[in-house]
Design a protein around this ligand. Structure first.
Ligand SMILES: Nc1ncnc2c1ncn2[C@@H]1O[C@H](COP(=O)(O)OP(=O)(O)OP(=O)(O)O)[C@@H](O)[C@H]1O
Length: 912
C-alpha cells in the first residue's frame, strides 16, 4: 500500500523508471541486503574472523560466531570497517533509501547514484580522519574512524596540503556533491525548500501566537494545514499546480490537495531604464513612416501631408509610480482572513479547504475548495455572512472561478495600488501586440495586463455610478490612442454634454470636430459620422475593397503585386501592357466577400485610380486648404470644390443616377439611411479618394444627457453607427453614469457587446450594463468588470490611472505640432445650431427646426409629404405634424393642400 501511495506522487528531481515487476524485486533485494549489511556491521566482532583471514586478530576465533550474519557477515563488515571506518555505515543507509525509492516510486538507481554514495563515504571517512572523530585505532577500526580511505586521503594527502580546516571544507563540498548525485535533489531546490520550511514554521508560529492573543482557538484546518503545505512566493507564481486533490480510486484515498500559494500581483512591474533600447514612440513612428513610403501614390490626403513630420508623444511624459510608497504584503493578515472565511463557512456546516490567495491591485481573491459533495451555490449564498465575519463592506463571490475547481471570495484591499497607464503602455502586448487599435484598460487580479482592441470590440459601453472611475477609464483610452496614432491615422469626435470632462482635449490636432458640449449639436455630430460612414462605403465600393483595412492596404498590395508581376515579366522577357497588369491586380484584390457592387462609372474610376497627376493636384489643393485652416485664414473650400469638379469631369446626371444604386436604399430605391443622403456639394469631394483613411473614434461622455434631448434620434444614430461603422473604421465609445434601461436601451445594448461596468448601486443597474449582477459588489475608484468582445465571463480588474497632469502633458505635445483641422461643413452646421435656442426664425423655434429636418428626411425617403406620414414615421401628434406641413408650405418646399391628396413636392430634395 505504501508503494501505491507513493506511486501516485512523482518524487522530485530523480529519473523515473518504467513500470516493471523487476523494480519491486530489486527494491526488496536492496532492502534485504542493506539490513544484512547493517546487522553485520553493528554486531561485528574481530574474534569472529577466521584465522586464515588477513584481518584476523587471533588464531582461535570464536567457536560460536556472534555476528548476526555469520562468519561471512563478519568478514564483510571487517573489510568494510578496515577500508572506510565508521563512514561505511552510510552505505547500508543509502541502500535502504534506494530500496524504498525502487519500491515506492519506480525511481531509477543509476551509476550516478552509486558514484554519489561512494563520494559521500570516502569524504566522510576523510573528515573523520582530519577532524579526529570516532578515531580510536582498535580491533574494530585498525586504521581509525576513517579507515584506510580516510587515513590515505584525509590524513596523508589533504591534511598535509590544506590543513585540517581547509581539508574539511573541501571534503564537505565533496560530500555535498555526493549527496546531490545520490539523492537527485537539485541543490538550489533544496536550499529553497529549507528556507521555505523555516519561513512556514515561523509564520505559523506567529499566526498561532496572534490567534491565541485574540482568544481564537488555533486548532483549525487552515492554520494546521497551511504550514505543512509549502507555499511559494510571487516568484513562483507561474508555477502550475495540478488542480484538485489526488485520489487513488482503488484505495479510496485522498491525498494532499495542491499546495496553496500566496500570490502578490499588486506590485507594479519593475521599471528599468534602458538607454540603448529605442523609445516606443520612435518605433511606432518608424512603422508609420514605412507605411507612408509604401503607398505608391505618395502621401495624398491633406491630413497626411499636414502631419507628415508628426512625432508621437513619448511615454516619458507619463509618470512612473513611486514603488517605495507601496506597503509590503502582510501574508499573516491574508492567512488570518482566509482562516476567518474557512471558519465562518464551517460554522454553517459548509466544509471547505483553504486554497490560493491572490492579492491584486485593488482586491484580494481568497480561494476555497469545497469538499466533495458540496454545492458551490451554498458558498455563494453565504456572501452576507462572510462579509460580516470578515468585516468587509462588499464582497464578491465567484462560484466557481472560471476554469478552476475553487470558489473565489474577493475582498477589497485596505491599501490599494494604482495601476499607472505607463506600465500598461510599456507592456509587450500593447507595444508589439496584434491589436489594431490597442487601448490600455487595466490589470486583472492576477496582475495580467488588460489591453483591449477597439477595432475588434468594435464599440464599447462604459457605465458606472458617479465617481466610480469612468472618466479616468476614458482618459486612459484616449491617452493610449494618442500615444500610438498620429492625427492622420486617427481622429476623434468628442461629445461631452457634461462640458468639463473633455475640455482638456480641445486643442488636440486629432479632433475632427470641436468638442461638442451642446446636446443638440451632438445629434448633428452623430449625423456627420453617419454621413462619413456612408461616404466611406462609397469609396470602398469604388475601389473594390471590402472594408477599412483592405482599403488602407490596397495600394501597398497593388504595388507589391505590381512589382512581383513586373519581375516575373522581366524574367520571362515578355511585355505585359500596363492596363492588363492593372486589371489582373484588381481581380486579385479582396473581393471575395461580396463588397458593395463596383460602380459602373468609368470616368470616376479613371480619375481615382489611373490619372494620378490629376488626383495629386486635387490633393495638393486639399492640403493647401488644410494649411489655410491651420493658418486661421478662410479655407478655399469652395474653390477647391469647383476646381475638383472641373478637374475630374465626372459629375454627370447619369453618374448621379448610377450612384443611387450604391447608396443604402431599400428594394424600392428608397433611402434607408437616417441621415441626409449625400449632398451634391459633398459628392464632388467624394472623388478625392485618399490613399488611406483615418480611424474615427467617437466618444460620448454621458449618454443620458443626450437621451434627454432627442432620445429617438440619438438612439437611431447610435444604432446606425454601431451596426455599420465597424467596417468603415469608425468606433464608438459610450459612457454613462445612469445605467437605466431608458438610457442604455435594448437597441444600443444589442449593438455594443463589449462593456465595462464600474461600481453601481444595485444589482439591477449591473444587469442593465452587463446582463448579470456583480457590478454592485465592486469597490469603486477604478475597480471594474470588463466583458471582452466574445467573452462570456466578465474579468475583474483595476482600471489604468492617468492623471490630469499626464493628460495635459500628452495633449500639449500633440497640440504643439498642429491645430485641429475641422470639417468645415459640419462645423458650420453645429455653429448654426449654437445660436440662441429659441431665437425667432420666422416664428420657428430651433426645436421645430430639428423636427423639420427629420420631416425633410422623411420626404426624401418617401418622395411624398403628408401630415399622417409625419405622424406615423416621426411619432408626432396631429397638431405638431400639421404645423410642420405649414412651415414647409410657407418655405415653398411643398405645395398647398388638395384634400386628402399628398402635397406636391416643389423642390429638388437633394438640393436642400
Ligand atoms: N483607475 C483608477 N485608479 C485609481 N483611482 C481612480 C481610478 N479611477 C478613478 N479613480 C479615482 O476616482 C475618482 C473619480 O473618478 P472619475 O472622475 O473617473 O469618476 P467618474 O465615474 O467619471 O465620475 P463622474 O461620472 O462623476 O464624472 C478619481 O478622481 C480618482 O481619484
Amino acid at each position: 500500500m505504501a508503494a501505491e501511495l507513493a506511486k501516485s506522487r512523482p518524487a522530485r528531481g530523480r529519473v523515473q523508471e518504467k513500470e516493471s515487476p523487476w523494480n519491486d524485486a530489486i527494491g526488496i533485494a536492496m532492502l534485504v541486503l542493506a539490513a544484512m549489511y547493517l546487522l553485520a556491521l553493528v554486531s561485528y566482532d574481530p574474534m569472529d574472523l577466521p584465522s586464515w583471514f588477513w584481518l584476523s586478530v587471533t588464531d582461535q576465533p570464536n567457536a560460536v560466531v556472534k555476528n548476526f550474519v555469520g562468519r561471512f557477515g563478519a568478514m564483510g563488515a571487517g573489510l568494510s570497517l578496515y577500508l572506510a571506518g565508521m563512514a561505511i555505515y552510510l552505505l547500508p543507509i543509502s541502500m535502504t533509501w534506494f530500496g524504498v525509492c525502487k519500491l515506492a516510486s519506480n525511481l531509477k538507481v543509476t551509476g550516478r547514484s552509486w558514484l554519489g554514495v561512494a563520494l559521500m563515504v570516502i569524504s566522510m571517512a576523510a573528515i573523520f580522519e582530519v577532524q579526529d572523530i570516532l578515531n580510536q585505532r582498535d580491533n574494530i577500526t585498525p586504521l581509525g574512524g576513517g579507515g584506510g580511505f580516510g587515513y590515505l586521503i584525509g590524513g596523508s594527502i589533504l591534511a598535509n596540503l590544506l590543513g585540517s580546516v581547509g581539508s574539511t571544507v573541501v571534503l564537505a563540498g565533496v560530500y555535498a556533491v555526493g549527496f546531490f548525485l545520490a539523492s537527485g535533489i537539485h541543490p538550489l531546490q533544496a536550499i529553497q525548500d529549507i528556507r521555505m520550511e523555516i519561513t512556514q514554521a515561523w509564520e505559523t508560529w506567529q499566526i498561532r501566537k496572534e490567534l491565541a492573543a485574540r482568544g481564537v482557538e488555533p486548532e483549525t484546518s487552515a492554520v494546521s494545514a497551511s504550514p505543512s503545505r509549502r507555499r511559494k512566493t510571487t516568484a513562483d507564481k507561474a508555477d502550475t499546480v495540478p488542480a484538485g486533490p489526488l485520489v487513488t480510486p482503488e484505495l479510496g484515498l485522498t491525498f494532499e490537495a495542491p499546495k496553496p500559494k500566496i500570490i502578490d500581483s499588486s506590485a507594479n512591474r519593475e521599471h528599468t531604464e534602458n538607454k540603448d533600447k529605442p523609445r516606443l514612440s520612435e518605433v511606432w513612428e518608424k512603422k508609420r513612416a514605412q507605411k507612408l513610403e509604401q503607398a505608391p501614390h505618395g502621401t495624398l490626403g491633406s491630413l497626411a501631408v499636414r502631419f507628415k513630420d508628426y512625432k508621437l508623444p513619448e511615454l516619458d511624459l507619463l509618470s512612473w509610480p513611486d514603488e517605495s510608497q507601496r506597503k509590503p504584503t502582510d501574508t499573516r493578515e491574508l492567512l488570518a482572513i482566509q482562516e476567518t472565511i474557512v471558519k465562518a463557512l464551517a460554522s454553517f456546516n459548509v466544509k471547505v479547504e483553504a486554497g490560493d490567495i491572490t492579492r491584486g491591485p485593488s482586491i484580494t481573491r481568497y480561494e476555497v475548495r469545497p469538499v466533495d459533495g458540496l454545492r458551490v451555490a451554498r458558498i455563494a449564498a453565504l456572501d452576507d455572512d462572510i462579509a460580516r465575519a470578515t468585516c468587509a463592506e462588499r464582497i464578491n463571490i465567484l462560484a466557481p472561478i472560471p476554469g478552476k475547481d475553487t470558489v473565489g471570495i474577493e475582498l477589497a484591499n485596505r491599501d490599494k495600488v494604482a495601476v499607472p497607464i505607463r506600465e500598461l503602455l510599456e507592456d509587450e502586448v500593447f507595444a508589439n501586440g496584434k491589436a489594431k487599435l490597442p487601448i490600455a484598460l487595466g490589470k486583472d487580479v492576477y496582475g495580467k495586463t488588460i489591453i483591449g482592441d477597439l477595432a475588434a470590440m468594435p464599440h464599447l459601453l462604459v457605465a458606472g455610478a458617479t465617481g466610480s472611475g469612468k472618466s479616468v477609464c476614458i482618459n486612459g483610452i484616449i491617452t493610449s490612442l494618442l500615444c500610438r496614432f498620429a492625427p492622420d491615422e486617427l481622429r476623434f469626435i468628442m461629445i461631452d454634454p457634461k462640458v468639463v470632462e473633455m475640455q482638456n482635449y480641445a486643442d488636440l490636432p486629432h479632433l475632427a470636430l470641436p468638442v461638442v458640449t451642446d446636446p443638440k449639436k451632438a445629434l448633428l455630430a452623430l449625423r456627420w459620422v453617419v454621413r462619413e460612414m456612408e461616404s466611406r462605403y462609397q469609396m470602398f465600393a469604388q475601389e473594390g475593397c471590402r472594408n477599412f483595412e483592405t482599403f488602407n492596404n490596397r495600394n501597398r498590395k497593388r504595388a507589391a503585386a505590381n512589382e512581383a508581376r513586373k519581375a516575373a515579366a522581366a524574367a520571362a522577357q515578355t511585355v505585359i501592357p500596363a492596363n492588363e497588369v492593372e486589371t489582373e491586380i484588381e481581380a486579385d484584390m479582396e473581393t471575395e466577400a461580396a463588397p458593395p457592387p463596383p460602380p459602373s462609372r468609368t470616368p470616376r474610376k479613371a480619375a481615382a485610380g489611373k490619372d494620378d497627376s490629376r488626383v495629386s493636384a486635387a490633393f495638393a489643393k486639399a492640403a493647401a486648404a488644410a494649411d489655410h485652416l491651420v493658418d486661421g485664414t478662410t479655407p478655399p473650400w469652395d474653390d477647391m470644390d469647383q476646381s475638383n469638379e472641373a478637374d475630374m469631369d465626372v459629375e454627370t446626371d447619369a453618374d448621379a443616377e448610377n450612384e443611387a444604386t450604391e447608396l443604402p436604399v431599400d428594394q424600392h430605391g428608397n433611402w434607408i439611411g437616417d441621415s441626409l443622403p449625400p449632398q451634391p456639394k459633398v459628392r464632388s469631394q467624394e472623388f478625392i479618394i485618399p490613399d488611406t483613411l483615418p480611424y474615427i473614434v467617437v466618444i460620448i461622455d454621458e449618454l443620458a444627457d443626450l437621451m434627454q434631448t432627442a432620445p429617438a434620434d440619438i438612439e437611431v444614430a447610435i444604432a446606425r453607427i454601431t451596426q455599420m461603422a465597424r467596417a468603415a473604421g469608425i468606433h464608438l465609445i459610450v459612457a454613462t453614469q445612469t445605467p437605466r434601461a431608458d438610457v442604455i436601451t435594448g437597441v444600443i445594448k444589442a449593438n455594443i457587446p463589449t462593456r465595462i461596468a464600474f461600481q453601481v448601486s444595485s444589482a439591477l443597474d449591473s444587469r442593465v450594463i452587463l446582463d448579470r449582477k456583480g457590478a454592485e459588489n465592486l469597490v469603486g475608484k477604478g475597480d471594474m468588470l470588463y466583458v471582452p468582445p466574445g467573452g462570456a465571463q466578465p474579468i475583474r480588474s483595476q482600471g489604468a490611472l492617468v492623471t490630469d497632469d499626464e493628460i495635459h502633458a500628452v495633449v500639449e505635445r500633440c497640440a504643439e505640432q498642429g491645430k485641429p483641422i475641422f470639417d468645415v461643413k459640419v462645423d458650420d452646421e453645429t455653429g448654426e445650431m449654437g445660436g440662441d435656442d429659441d431665437d425667432d426664425n420666422g416664428g420657428v423655434s430651433s426645436e421645430e427646426e430639428q423636427t423639420l429636418e427629420r420631416c425633410l428626411e422623411v420626404i426624401r425617403q418617401e418622395k411624398k409629404a403628408s401630415t399622417s406620414l409625419f405622424q406615423r414615421r416621426l411619432k408626432l401628434g396631429y397638431g405638431r405634424a400639421a404645423r410642420m406641413m405649414d412651415i414647409l408650405e410657407d418655405r415653398g418646399i411643398i405645395g398647398p393642400g388638395e384634400g386628402a391628396k399628398p402635397r406636391e413636392i416643389l423642390v429638388d430634395m437633394d438640393m436642400i
